[in-house]
Ligand binder design. Structure first.
Ligand SMILES: Cc1cc2nc3c(=O)[nH]c(=O)nc-3n(C[C@H](O)[C@H](O)[C@H](O)COP(=O)(O)O)c2cc1C
Length: 344
């Protein structure tokens, strides 16, 4: 059992108010939405029950202006939360209709969910339910044993089911070329004091409800410091070379790198949301298959390297997410804000 800021992970499906109204059940399902990943664990979402409708909204007060100036990753994070909701509602056998971005004048309303009287069973979604509470971002090294073809195929189908393109780097030489772009991106980002300041502001103490622990940066040099000092070190010093070397090694040593991409990018709320749905679907499929996942998005956050990444993997369109997949040791969950802070 987890206490405090990890308690959200102990959600028990038998707690659904079986004799409650549809609204009570929908509110319960939101407990699964908030277990989605989000960049820097900002949890940039809000959920509103208005009458019998459930709105999923972007909380742009939790944006990351330096690495994510157009709220692209913020909307991807909301897409991941929306996917968890779809899985939970399918599991609880609650048919729904979803309209994405229902009001063009209100781009913060990401999705409107209305509850239908009847609808098809969705076993493909319901079967992913247990993985919601098992999924975790694992920044440790992965065993380099190959990911079998059938698992790669399932990951591909997961992304494509949400209309998102996917490419893989599997051979060592493909992974090395992508790893070199990751290292270059780390050096460029850490060279910028604004990037370091933003990252440091989301390195939070373990009692916090959001943000990441200092250990998330994967630098041995930081593990000797308490969180406020580690944040200060990140803010003050250019650790780019150390980070780049560590992450290059992680990427190279992981058996599978995965890139999700969409055909368009600029102000492409729908495409970013689809990328978030695809991301979470793929993560839950990987978790169900016993694989760990982690992110190396930094080349996508720099326009020139983003183009080079697409070229390396012969992808049309715009890369949105870069993941590594493999078998890793178990790692603890990250905190979540209490449900009362995000469900109105
Ligand atoms: C759109 C998006 C981008 C992310 N980018 C990175 C990244 O570049 N590096 C990283 O280590 N984690 C990244 N993450 C993972 C988050 O930091 C992680 O989801 C968050 O800390 C919560 O932890 P959890 O996934 O274990 O629940 C990203 C997550 C999302 C949804």
């Amino acid at each position: 059992m987890n206490d405090g800021n990890l308690a959200a992970w102990d959600v028990d499906p038998s707690g659904i108010p079986a004799t409650g109204t549809g609204v009570d059940k929908a509110r319960f399902a939101v407990r699964y939405a908030i277990l989605a990943p989000s960049s820097h664990n900002t949890q940039p979402w809000r959920f509103m029950m208005i009458g019998s409708e459930l709105l999923v909204c972007a909380d742009r007060t939790r944006s990351l202006p330096n690495i994510d100036p157009f709220d692209r990753e913020l909307i991807i994070s909301c897409g991941a939360a929306l996917f968890n909701l779809r899985v939970a509602l399918a599991y609880f056998d609650m048919p729904i209709e979803i309209t994405t971005f229902p009001h063009s004048a209100e781009p913060d309303v990401v999705a409107r969910i209305v509850f239908a009287d009847s609808g098809p069973k969705l076993p493909d979604l319901a079967n992913l339910f247990d993985a919601i509470t098992q999924r975790v971002t694992n920044r440790g090294p992965f065993n380099n044993e190959d990911v079998p073809d059938d698992v790669v195929e399932r990951l591909k189908l997961a992304a494509e089911a949400e209309g998102v393109d996917v490419a893989f780097a599997r051979t060592l030489s493909e992974r090395e070329r992508v790893a070199a772009l990751i290292a270059q991106a780390d050096r460029q980002q850490f060279d910028d004091p604004r990037f370091r300041r933003e990252l440091a502001s989301w390195i939070h103490p373990s009692r916090s409800n959001d943000g990441m622990p200092a250990s998330s940066q994967g630098l041995d040099v930081l593990t000797d410091f308490a969180t406020p000092i580690a944040a200060m070190v990140i803010r003050t010093f250019d650790l780019g070379n150390g980070v780049a070397a560590a992450r290059e090694q992680l990427a190279r040593g992981s058996p599978l790198l995965v890139v999700l991409s969409t055909p368009m990018d600029n102000n492409n709320n729908e495409g970013w949301l689809a990328a978030g749905l695809a991301l979470q679907r793929l993560l839950l499929v990987a978790t169900t298959a016993g694989y760990s996942t982690s992110y190396l998005n930094q080349p996508i956050e720099i326009s020139e390297l983003r183009t080079r990444l697409a070229t390396e993997l012969r992808m049309g369109g715009y890369p949105q997410i870069l993941l590594r997949v493999g078998r890793g040791s178990s790692v603890p969950h990250s905190p979540r804000r209490p449900i009362g802070d995000v469900l109105l």
